[in-house]
Write a protein that binds this ligand. Structure first.
Ligand code: SAM
Length: 266
């Protein structure tokens, strides 16, 4: 994985939040929030929180006295997240690498992470960090995307962009859809020291209200944008091409599929 795949910076966070958020992330965030709030909690830590799409939904679902700490590697993503909260809401936003959390041992009842683990360069290390900061009896809930087969928009976007750079196609779309072997992930969680590890598929049939807006998010709203710029590509032209491919192959509806994992600290 290139380091660039983790760099959600510059203009990317605003496009991500506006054009990808409602289509790719909000419904999965609602699902995660329901799983999270099945018991009463005092403290929740979110990793790779991005622009706060999950954070906003879980803050509304948690009881008012529960503390929520929202973290991400990239400050520019958190800058968008911060605007979603009022001072009295018991939310702290802070920059943190999931591989080296600036947090004391046994601090949280739950750790949650939506579509972030795929970007962590050392997954086992990230699981060990989560185990360390969870209280005994605490749980880690996180999701990863399933493959392109179940999320065809990603393959369509990848292929539409690759045509412009046949010698050196951008690799971004391989990263978030390339870490999904549930048995291997569960084995890695057990190696880190977790018990009661389980997984579940979560699927949505998603409407795409504006294919052009969705394609704008797919080109401008993640680090693919920087890969295009570094190759001296024209993102406006590529946006039209991605929109054309989505329109022709999916129309205004598409399947989305993720895998949600739960793991417990003894
Ligand atoms: C696809 S976004 C998911 C954001 C958010 N969880 C959501 O569902 O909208 C992936 C996020 O992972 C973050 N990220 C990448 N590497 C990270 C790391 N090592 N530690 C913490 N966050 C990281 C990126 O900055 C980005 O915000």
């Amino acid at each position: 994985m290139t380091q660039q795949a983790s760099e959600f910076i510059g203009s990317i966070p605003e496009y991500y939040d506006k054009y990808l958020g409602p289509i790719l992330f909000a419904d999965f965030a609602e699902d995660l929030a329901k799983r999270l709030t099945q018991s009463e909690l005092e403290s929740v830590l979110e990793l790779a929180a991005g622009t706060g799409i999950v954070s906003r939904i879980i803050r509304d679902a948690l009881t008012g006295d529960c503390e929520l700490v929202v973290t991400d590697l990239n400050e520019p993503m958190l800058d968008v997240a911060k605007k979603k909260f009022l001072g009295h809401e018991r939310v702290t936003c802070r920059q943190a690498d999931a591989l080296a959390l600036p947090i004391g041992d046994s601090s949280f009842d739950r750790v949650v992470c939506q579509f972030g683990v795929m970007f962590f360069p050392d997954k086992l290390k990230s699981y060990q960090e989560v185990l360390r900061v969870l209280k005994p009896g605490g749980r880690y809930l996180f999701s990863v995307w399933d493959t392109w087969v179940y999320n065809p928009f990603a393959q369509l976007a990848h292929e539409a962009v690759a045509k412009y750079f046949p010698e050196n196609p951008p690799g971004f779309y391989k990263v978030p859809f390339g870490y999904r072997d549930a048995e291997k992930i569960k084995s890695s969680l057990k190696d880190a020291g977790f018990s009661n590890v389980s997984h579940e598929l979560v699927k949505f049939d998603m409407e795409i209200p504006s294919v052009s807006d969705f394609a704008r998010g797919l080109v401008f709203g993640n680090p693919l944008y920087d890969e295009i710029m570094n190759r001296k590509g024209d993102p406006a032209e590529i946006h039209l091409s991605v929109a054309k491919s989505i329109e022709a192959n999916l129309g205004n509806n598409m399947p989305l599929q993720a895998i949600v994992f739960t793991a417990e600290k003894d």
